[in-house]
Design a protein around this ligand. Sequence first.
Ligand SMILES: [Zn+2]
Ligand SMILES: [Zn+2]
Length: 361
Amino acid sequence: MMLTDYIIPQTQIAAIIEEAGGDLQIRKDHPVKSPEELAPGECLVKLDCSGACHSDLHAAIGDWPVPPRLPLIGGHEGVGIVVAIGKNTVESPVKLGDRVGIKWIANSCLNCEQCRKGREQNCVKALCSGYTVDGTFQEYVVSYVNYVTPIPEGLPSDAAASILCAGVTVYRALKSSQTSAGDWIVIPGAGGGLGHLAVQYARIRGLRVIAIDTGAEKKNLCLKLGAEKWIDFKENKDIVKEVREVTDGLGAHSVLVTASSSEGYEQAIEYLRPGGILMCNGLPGSATLSASVFFTVFKSITICGSYVGNRQDALEAIDIAARGLVKVHFVNRPLADLKDVYNGMMNGTIVGRVVLDMSKK
Ligand SMILES: [Zn+2]
Ligand SMILES: [Zn+2]
């Protein structure tokens, strides 16, 4: 099945990595999978745009413990139109012409214990967009009808893109953070891609946000988004003392670490109050978490990992954005700028998110 008045080209522009740590190449002649070749359950999505996530940089460098497939087309925050669906697909929840999102988890088996328990992201058969299958740094991506996320009318594609990874990831982590309205939450990395969305989703839950990051631009963004307290980790020498002071000497109820380095984790045990919960959410390649066992026990601290989210988390996070309650702070750039975007990520200079616009050449 394909859109009748739409001609699918045979080649397209794609950003490809041939080897780990190798050069990123922008190719203009990369083949598009033809609608006839789509397997049942597969669909072809013509992308409007794709967000660029820190995980894409890790895939390009190859510094995660699990290696990506190579050659690789990265990207997992894509939004576009379904232009073809594999023949013999039954009961597809999406139809031709629908606007949908592609997130990190591209597909899972739906039948294993993890899938049945709603942890599709932990399915051993899960396919990861832009890591184990080709992702959204191309004009046409193959995805799966049961896994794409419908995008509500009225939410522009570029505004929706980064909700699909960054938004879903922090939204799910906040759901798991055992916090109640009025609780204090510390967000290291608050001015970055995950962090600035975490500030907003935390505010919707009625949480009081202490934002940690550095630089005037990130400070302004965090305070504008509703953080009550800003701590610049380069200027403030004693973060533990600062957090304790703001929280009446007791410490924060929760910390959601969105920073992509180990530093954000180091002092968390010290500035959490007893019964506090440390949510690990960023995915640094080789960082380890060191915590005082004595104080983890003595203060009844919970250390908890949260990895992206399932299809339901994606729908909920997108719905909140569609209602205008959370907004991605982003700039549009052409796909050809991807290498430069990676440099910005490595230097920590990107405020919010970059969304690659496929119509910009
Ligand atoms: Zn991501
Ligand atoms: Zn499964």
